[in-house]
Ligand binder design. Structure first.
Ligand SMILES: [Zn+2]
Length: 269
């Protein structure tokens, strides 16, 4: 599932390609991917300009010039592609937004969705989310306060969107590795210097992932060499049986809170 860095990468690219552009056509191939009857959706989106694009947690928000917001969550398996009809990926497209002769294709939206809301409703939908880990508001003091309220395993807490937003299964493993802490440790067992290390690792891993295009397997446009560049840089996630780059031990996997969790026992304590 795309996490914070993947959605941030999409946001940066979408800002280059569709910001300020008018949606000239809308095609809905899967009604379940939207939240209103198709005719209502089309009426609210078609011939309206994209005025602002922002990310909140794993969501993207496309602001329209009529005050409505398209709220996207790709969930498991969703991705986007931007290009002309000749470049269209050979996949089923659930929703298509056209900008003249270029199109934004939403693909793999099974659990994922593209909903339309007004500003108030959008705020309600997102109201339970925890702080953005890369925001200035997410300080060490805030992190220490949040952590004191939790007594569960580190892995579970990092995945909890109400605790901290945007981190999922892959980056939680990478953050624990970067911090040299085992993901099954209880938060109440962490030493003060480990909490500091964890805080720094959250920021560091997410920033590095954004700078390297996240791990999406599909490019966003023809010739896109940035998107997905972080896949090769993952240290532990999906690398069971491989050798740890830091200490030479074998990477292990076990289920924690029913999520596949990867770690190195040689250098994470
Ligand atoms: Zn190691």
């Amino acid at each position: 599932m795309p996490e914070l860095p993947e959605m941030e990468n999409y946001k940066l690219l979408l800002n280059q390609y569709i910001l300020g552009k008018t949606v000239t056509d809308v095609q809905i191939n899967r009604v379940k991917s939207i939240n209103v009857p198709p005719e209502d959706f089309i009426r609210k989106v078609k011939l309206h300009k994209i005025t602002y694009i922002e990310r909140r947690a794993k969501h993207l928000l496309f602001y329209l010039d009529n005050g409505n917001i398209l709220l996207l969550h790709l969930m498991l398996g969703g991705w986007m592609y931007y290009g002309g009809a000749a470049d269209k990926p050979k996949r089923t497209v659930q929703v298509q937004l056209s900008f003249g002769d270029h199109h934004l294709y939403f693909i793999g939206l099974r659990l994922g969705y593209l909903h339309i809301h007004d500003v108030k409703r959008t705020a309600e939908v997102l109201s339970e989310l925890g702080p953005e880990p890369l925001s200035n508001e997410f300080t060490m003091e805030v992190f220490q306060t949040l952590i004191k309220m939790k007594h569960t395993k580190l892995k579970s807490v990092l995945l909890d969107q109400n605790f901290l937003s945007g981190i999922g299964n892959r980056y939680s493993d990478e953050i624990c590795y970067e911090a040299k802490i085992l993901p099954m440790r209880g938060l109440d067992q962490l030493e003060k210097d480990e909490v500091i290390m964890l805080y720094k690792s959250i920021k560091e891993v997410l920033k590095t992932a954004i700078n390297n295009g996240g791990y999406m397997e599909h490019p966003f446009f023809k010739g896109d060499t940035l998107t997905g560049g972080y896949e090769a840089l993952l240290n532990v996630h999906g690398r069971e049986g491989e050798i740890c780059k830091r200490c030479g031990s074998i990477i292990q996997m076990e289920n924690i809170s029913s999520r596949k969790t990867y770690y190195c026992k040689g250098c994470q304590i």
